[in-house]
Ligand binder design. Structure first.
Ligand code: AHM
Ligand code: MG
Length: 335
């Protein structure tokens, strides 16, 4: 039995080291943890509570929404809107910034999230997750506009994900390394099980959706081709391949045993420079990956340095074990 540090205890102890901290952040995180527990329960019960399947509706990206996309978005909103820590929220499932209702006080943080990432996997009982990013509101206690959210990833105060897998985990960073917590369902608490997670610098495992191969740019073509050649090719070693189609599961695997994950720029749809969204997928995951000693790039630039242009902006993502990401970035530099 694990009787170690709870997530709440961990956050309070971390906050003690921050001069002038008021406890607001701890309280915000507590609400987020509650949301994650409720979502974990809904995902876990699945068909028993009638939450599987698709809706007629589409989100702002033109993607068909699953019932659980909408339910989990609602859980995130309801759990986080009331306490007075936020000046606004934004989500993959909402076109516009969500304004905190007038009946609640406003606060100094902004919360951006993907309530159920990888939701195409939910009906087939494969891991999904929630991704979140916390920013400081440029003007505290005032209703946030879209422009207030458009801060580069380096400005994130905290980023994390919940993974609803064979166990439910919460992994997060506040800029002092990465820590992983596992939900003990009987106790109802997240307990620190994976302190100071580090991504090995080298790896033999890559993840990419190979069905898009004909649309990839030359540097990615070259990289994957060389991995496939294995021992006989220029890399001189065999590689292994994985693709879960759940970014949270992919990043978690990389944090646990190393690897490289790519959803690169491609020519499939010229209006979309990549599939994944900067504000609530690429930025929080890049913050976590860098804090664990890994690297995250578009192939052309560091993701965390990008100046966002819109809430639902898409970006190419290449992240994971440092030495391997450097190889791919090097190929982009060579053109
Ligand atoms: P979603 O937010 O609509 O679930 O889409 C994001 C997901 C990522 O989790 C995953 O890496 C990718 O889309 C999978 O894409 P594909 O369906 O092309 O394999
Ligand atoms: Mg997503």
């Amino acid at each position: 039995m694990h009787t170690g540090t709870t997530l709440t205890q961990f956050i309070i102890e971390e906050q003690r080291h921050i001069a002038g901290a008021t406890g607001d952040f701890t309280a915000l995180l507590n609400d987020l943890v509650t949301a994650v527990k409720v979502i974990s329960n809904a995902v876990n019960k699945g068909a028993l509570i009638g939450v599987m399947g698709a809706l007629e509706s589409q989100n702002v990206q033109g993607e068909t929404q699953k019932k659980l996309d909408v339910i989990t978005n609602d859980i995130m909103i309801r759990t986080n809107e009331w306490a007075g820590h936020l000046a606004g929220m934004a989500s993959e499932e909402m076109d516009e910034v969500y304004a905190i209702p007038n009946k609640y006080p406003l606060g100094k943080y902004l919360l951006v999230f993907d309530p159920l990432d990888g939701s195409s996997n939910v009906d087939i009982n494969i891991s999904v997750g929630t991704i979140f990013s916390i920013l400081r509101a440029p003007v505290p206690n005032r209703a946030a506009s879209e422009a207030d959210f458009l801060q580069p990833g380096v400005k994130q105060v905290c980023a994390g994900y919940a993974l609803y897998g064979s166990s439910t985990m919460l992994v997060l960073t506040t800029g002092h390394g990465v820590n992983g917590f596992t939900l003990d369902r009987e106790v109802g608490e997240f307990l620190l099980t994976h302190p100071d997670m580090k991504i090995p610098a080298d790896t033999k495992e890559f993840a990419i959706n190979a069905s898009n191969q004909r649309f990839w740019e030359p540097p990615v073509q070259r990289y994957v081709e060389e991995c496939l050649q294995g021992k006989e090719g220029p890399r001189g070693r065999d590689f292994n391949m994985r693709w879960v189609a759940s970014m949270v599961a992919e990043v978690h695997r990389i944090l646990t045993r190393g690897g490289i994950f790519m959803y690169p720029r491609d020519t499939k749809d010229p209006s979309k420079p990549g599939k994944l969204r900067l504000m609530y997928e690429a930025n929080p995951m890049s913050f976590i990956v860098e804090q664990a000693g890994g690297m995250a790039s578009t192939g052309y630039e560091r993701i965390l340095d990008m100046q966002p242009e819109s809430l639902h902006q898409r970006v190419p993502v290449i992240l994971g074990s440092k030495n391997e990401v450097e190889v791919v970035v090097g190929y982009h530099r060579q053109g």
